[in-house]
Design a protein around this ligand. Structure first.
Ligand SMILES: Cc1cc2nc3c(=O)[nH]c(=O)nc-3n(C[C@H](O)[C@H](O)[C@H](O)COP(=O)(O)OP(=O)(O)OC[C@H]3O[C@@H](n4cnc5c(N)ncnc54)[C@H](O)[C@@H]3O)c2cc1C
Length: 398
């Protein structure tokens, strides 16, 4: 939509081919329905290493300030929540509607429920034929913005673009779900009620730390998710899918350094009297976390503290510092927010065109670009869309 508007604003006659029954299905679900459009803290390190070298120039050409201006031009007022930019309406649907209104207003034609299948050379050798399940369109250029494999079923994110780009001769890197949670092994004791709490979490394989994050963690009967897990997922997913024994190590006291935690333990030890283990731990942590820890250690909550040795009591407290969970799989593409991998940037020019055929452009998540959670992926969609839209308009026979 962003590419179409930029192309049309620069004089091109544009047609959008959309296989869904409406535009912006995924966009309307973003940011928990609030749409985290971009982030003021936009750095190359917030994207995958393969993209880091080139993303800076693209973001300089169209960055967060340009996104905010673009949406202002559509009548969408934005606000910053500590650098995270949202529409002031607090509704992703108003963002989608504003894009749709502009699309209508500037005369962009939209074909709904039509599936783009590929691009071929047309008879005259100059223009191209855009092939769909319903027919073909002659065009000067084609911008492929078919997205990824991530998102709920209703978004129809079936990764068509990867197949089409491969057929066009582009290098497509292996894909994996990212910004996703993980299932834990069947042998793991998980909290029956589920837990949502602040925690530090690191992911390790043997002695190697793969990633470390802090934030609101969610633990359910099936596994772990929440922002810190999603942020770390890109560095972990491939190894988990290969069946490597990756562990999540959870620290329920992320604000405590070792010295402060030792002090806290000392204070707690003074409470070893005739109270039960459950009473002892009542105010120490979330009760569902405690239930999980005690059942993993096979300790009865009703045990009297005076019957528990000092070293065992310390061991219980220490397990809140480094609870280990074995990961067996991710929750999959449908639960993920982005897909890692995709069309290699080596095949893509600075204007987002295919180096082997300048009439074809590839943008958005279909490319091998994925960012952290927090507005980075939408910014990339807008950045690549705006640059390609303008460049594509230059290539058209206006
Ligand atoms: C639940 C969820 C929440 C998210 N929240 C955020 C957030 O708050 N902030 C953020 O920055 N990112 C967020 N993301 C990621 C972000 O939504 C995506 O990175 C972004 O939408 C990618 O844009 P895109 O245009 O490349 O692809 P998409 O938005 O997926 O758009 C692709 C379009 O192409 C259509 N299409 C696909 N194949 C075909 C075909 N063969 N023929 C015709 N049409 C086709 C699709 O129907 C779709 O309309 C979230 C993702 C999810 C799943």
């Amino acid at each position: 939509m962003c590419a179409a508007i930029h192309a049309a604003r620069n004089g091109a006659k544009v047609t959008i081919i959309e296989k869904n029954e409406s535009l912006g299905k995924k966009l309307s679900m973003t940011g928990n329905g609030r749409c985290n459009l971009t982030n003021l803290d936009m750095r190359a390190e917030c994207f995958n290493p393969a993209a880091a070298a080139r993303i800076k120039d693209w973001l300089t050409a169209f960055g967060p300030a340009d996104t905010i201006e673009f949406f202002k031009s559509l009548g969408v007022v934005t606000q910053s929540e500590e650098g995270y930019i949202y529409p002031i309406s607090g509704q992703a649907k108003t963002v989608v509607m504003a894009l749709e209104n502009e699309i209508k207003r500037i005369g962009i034609e939209v074909k709904f429920k039509e599936q783009f299948k590929g691009v071929e050379n047309s008879g005259d050798g100059n223009s191209i034929s855009v092939v769909t399940n319903l027919g073909r369109y002659e065009a000067d250029v084609c911008i492929i913005a078919a997205g990824s494999l991530s998102g709920p079923k209703s978004t129809l994110s079936t990764g068509d673009g990867y197949y089409i780009c491969k057929k066009l001769g582009m290098n497509v890197k292996d894909t994996h779900p990212a910004l996703v949670g993980f299932k834990c092994g069947a042998e793991e004791v998980m909290p029956s009620q589920g837990v949502r709490c602040e925690a530090g979490i690191s992911f390790v394989l043997g002695n190697e730390e793969l990633a470390a994050e802090e934030g609101e963690l969610q633990i359910t009967a099936e596994g772990i998710s929440g922002i810190p897990v999603m942020q770390a997922s890109r560095n972990v997913i491939k190894l988990v899918e290969e069946g490597k024994p990756v562990l999540a190590v959870i620290d329920f006291f992320p604000d405590y350094d070792d010295e402060r935690f030792a002090e806290l333990k000392k204070d707690m030890m003074r409470l070893r009297d005739d109270r039960t283990l459950q009473e002892f731990l009542l105010g120490f942590s979330n009760s569902n976390v405690t239930e999980m820890i005690l059942s993993r250690m096979k300790l009865s909550p009703g045990m009297k503290m005076r019957n528990i040795s000092e070293s065992m009591a310390e061991c219980v407290l220490d397990s809140y510092r480094a609870l280990k969970l074995a990961l067996v799989d991710s929750f999959g593409y449908q639960a993920s927010q982005v897909t890692t991998g995709g069309v290699s940037l080596g095949d893509i020019g600075d204007d987002l065109s295919f180096v082997a055929d300048k009439r074809i452009f590839v943008i958005g998540e279909l490319l091998d670009v994925d960012g952290r959670c927090g507005g980075y992926n939408l910014q990339w969609a807008f950045t690549s869309g705006a640059i390609a839209g303008k460049a594509a308009a230059m290539e058209t026979d206006m």
